[in-house]
Design a protein around this ligand. Structure first.
Ligand SMILES: Nc1nc2c(ncn2[C@@H]2O[C@@H]3COP(=O)(O)O[C@H]4[C@@H](O)[C@H](n5cnc6c(=O)[nH]c(N)nc65)O[C@@H]4COP(=O)(O)O[C@H]3[C@H]2O)c(=O)[nH]1
Length: 549
């Protein structure tokens, strides 16, 4: 009910939706007119009051009915054409909205399945990734267990893929990986799973094998297929693969151990000369444990001062004078004795310890050179090997400068040996680093020259001083005419680039004669001296060093 004012006047109705002021105004006039016709007696006043109250009640009821009707009509949209139209419009909006919602659902579904695919596949090759493979191995193990059957897991690692990646670039490397993926797919059955683990590592699951020999047949098929050339960027690239195989239930009974054991067997295949397959055997784990032991011991070695440097003379082939020394790292282990780089360097490179070890080598070699100079020994250059990881450290140049400054060694005494494949990895940044070093006065040598896929024009763009002809070419000198011709051509190439050429690994008089005939300027090898401790090198230098200072 509406609230009334105490003075008997009608209260002003609060404005309600659907109630117009016009209607309220005419009701009010009607009441006022009636009032003036009834005279002024009390009775008639009372009557009027009652009448007024009835009128008010009636009016309010009418307003309520109308308001109710209006709101019902709005809800139903059915009292005239306009409302029906609104309903129709509402329906068509509903249809459009439903279609849109449907489309959206489809898009969300598509995005979801794309995400799912991405999460389980390798982006480069579209092969199943590690996660999906683990899942499939798990399922295959359950099935093999129920059926009392065997299954095989193969770990495949491309041989020397890094060389191709470094020298031909990552784009070519990626295409080669795609080509390998395609090739592997053609070698397996529909039920098998080929997966890329990352880098140049692939895994293969053979969920149904009768015996281990079945896996050997598949491995042989893969070796043969991969040996064919891969046509990439107008070139024929050749690659091989090392394969390790583990068998369920013989070698392990869970996915993780099967993969780990296949990986161990793959390392063994690498050691056996690459391009072959090996089945896992328990004693291979001993090697894996040794690798782990080397890593732990290397950390202790650095802190415990277990490293020493040996020095191998570089000799002028005409005069026999020692012109320099190459610093070579030795690890004197308290129990194992002297450990050579071949045994620990790959581990140091894998775990990154090569960076602090390399810094120690650089400082120690420079300090030694300074000691020899200060002792008045004949002048020489000191060569230090720089690994890929060291060379790519952002502060490498600063580190070299700091060491030279700290020690007070003339930059021209230091020669840095960097392998061809490291330099060719990223030619632009290599050139920038080399230029900085060159401007400082450091000598730069390309190590293992001739073993990579280098473009000579690129090499010419680097500020290189020295080419070190790889030992494999020097070895060839003794083995026959054709091979000697190649060795001679490599020396000739270095000479034509107007660089100082040093032949590595000279072991015989025959090789020395040949190199002299080819006008190879310097040599290094067991024929002259093995790498020796600093004190012994000082004696060699005293006896065979250049007398001019
Ligand atoms: N059979 C034979 N071998 C000869 C002859 N002349 C020299 N050698 C050996 O050939 C290697 C030459 O060094 P590299 O090519 O730089 O190859 C080096 C180098 O790549 C790496 N390395 C050694 N020391 C360091 C280091 O301080 N830092 C880095 N980054 N790498 C190092 O380890 C490799 C092997 O070093 P080493 O075992 O000292 O082996 C040395 C040396 O002892 C020869 O006439 N016949």
């Amino acid at each position: 009910m509406k609230k009334r004012r105490s003075d008997g006047e009608f209260g002003h109705d609060p404005v309600k939706p659907g109630v117009t002021h016009k209607r309220r105004g005419s009701a009010s006039v009607a009441v006022k007119n009636g009032h003036s016709r009834q005279g002024r007696s009390l009775i008639s006043n009372a009557k009027n009051l009652l009448l007024r109250e009835e009128l008010v009640a009636e009016r309010e009821a009418a307003v309520e009915v109308r308001e109710k009707r209006l709101s019902t009509l709005e809800d139903e949209h059915s009292d005239n054409d306009g409302h029906l139209l609104r309903l129709r419009q509402a329906n068509s909006h509903l249809v459009i909205a439903t279609i849109e919602a449907h489309k959206l659902t489809e898009e969300v579904q598509a995005a979801k399945s794309k995400l799912h695919h991405l999460a389980h596949h390798d982006v480069l090759t579209d092969l199943p990734n590690r996660m999906l493979l683990q899942d499939r191995i798990g399922q295959a193990i359950e099935l093999a267990h129920r059926q009392g059957r065997k299954l095989a897991v193969m770990f495949m690692d491309l041989d020397r893929f890094k060389n191709i990646n470094d020298s031909l670039g990552h784009a070519v490397g990626d295409q080669l990986l795609q080509s390998v993926a395609q090739c592997l797919m053609t070698c397996v059955r529909h039920s098998d799973t080929v997966s890329r683990q990352g880098g140049d590592e692939f895994l293969l699951l053979l969920p149904f094998i009768e015996q281990a020999e079945d896996a050997a047949l598949s491995a042989q098929k893969i070796l043969t297929a991969l040996a064919l050339p891969h046509h990439i960027g107008g070139c024929d690239l050749h690659i091989s693969v090392s394969i390790g195989i583990s068998i369920y239930p013989d070698d392990a009974d869970d996915a993780e151990s099967l993969v780990k054991n296949a990986d161990t067997a793959m390392y063994y295949a690498k050691e056996k000369g690459r391009n072959n397959y090996q089945f896992f055997s328990a004693d291979m784990n001993v090697r894996a444990v040794e690798r782990q032991l080397i890593e732990t011991s290397l950390r202790a070695a650095l802190q415990g001062g277990q490293f020493v440097l040996h020095y191998q003379p570089k000799v002028n082939l005409d005069s026999g004078v020692i012109t320099g020394a190459e610093a070579l790292l030795r690890w004197i282990h308290p129990e194992w004795g002297m450990v050579y780089p071949a045994r620990f360097m790959p581990v140091a490179e894998d775990c990154g310890l090569i960076v602090p070890i390399g810094r120690w080598v650089l400082r120690e070699a420079c300090e030694q050179a300074k000691r020899w100079i200060d002792a008045g020994l004949p002048p020489l250059s000191i060569a230090v090997n720089i690994s890929a990881l060291e060379f790519r450290q952002s502060d490498f140049f600063e580190e070299v400068r700091t060491i030279l400054d700290d020690i007070g060694l003339d930059a021209s005494v230091l020669e840095l040996e960097i392998t061809e494949s490291v330099l060719m990895r990223d030619t632009e940044s290599s050139a920038a680093i080399l230029n900085n070093l060159k401007n400082m006065g450091v000598q730069l040598a390309v190590d293992d020259f001739g073993t990579g896929y280098s473009s000579l024009s690129y090499l010419k763009k680097f500020p290189i001083d020295v080419l070190k002809i790889d030992k494999s070419f020097v070895d060839d000198i003794a083995s026959g005419n054709d091979a000697s011709a190649i060795a001679g051509a490599v020396v000739g190439m270095g000479n034509n680039l107007k660089l100082k050429v040093i032949a590595e690994g000279v072991e015989s008089k025959l090789q020395l004669d040949f190199l002299q005939r080819q006008h190879c300027e310097e040599g290094q090898g067991f024929l002259f001296s093995r790498p020796v401790a600093a004190e012994e090198f000082a004696k060699l230098l005293q006896a065979h060093g250049s007398k001019k200072s």
